[in-house]
Design a protein around this ligand. Sequence first.
Ligand code: ZN
Length: 161
Amino acid sequence: MNARIFSGILLLILCCGISFSGCFWQSVLPPKLDLNKSECGRCRMSILESRYIAAIDGPILFDDIGCMLFALEDHKESPAHIWVCDYQKNIWLDARTAAYVYAPMLGTPMNSGYVALSDSIAAVNLASYVHGVAYASWDELVLSFRLRTIEFIANRLRVYF
Ligand SMILES: [Zn+2]
């Protein structure tokens, strides 16, 4: 094989590698948010504030972390990527490594009371300021959400019986 053909093949392999890595990288990026056009993937309300939003695989956006958690309960398989917006820094975070705060006074769009932060220290500080509860992990958030949902349903049943 002469050097010219070899360098051509090498260039082709490099281009394919860059192209595939570009596709892979794009597939793990969170969706872009257009506050004028975006609506929640669960409640269909317009998304008005980015600091409360969440997203799962593809372009599915949610106006409130609570809406995203309800949608995940309906999901048969766990999504590959889940994002939440940092409440204080307004940047996307990997939901599975973020910390969370629950406090009704946070005034989230659908009143779930959940917001995300980049680390547990920020979560503890915010929780103490808003008289809320800090969760250091995704698993704690999901457990909290399920318990609050069961409590909500039980309280509704008490009204009727
Ligand atoms: Zn919603």
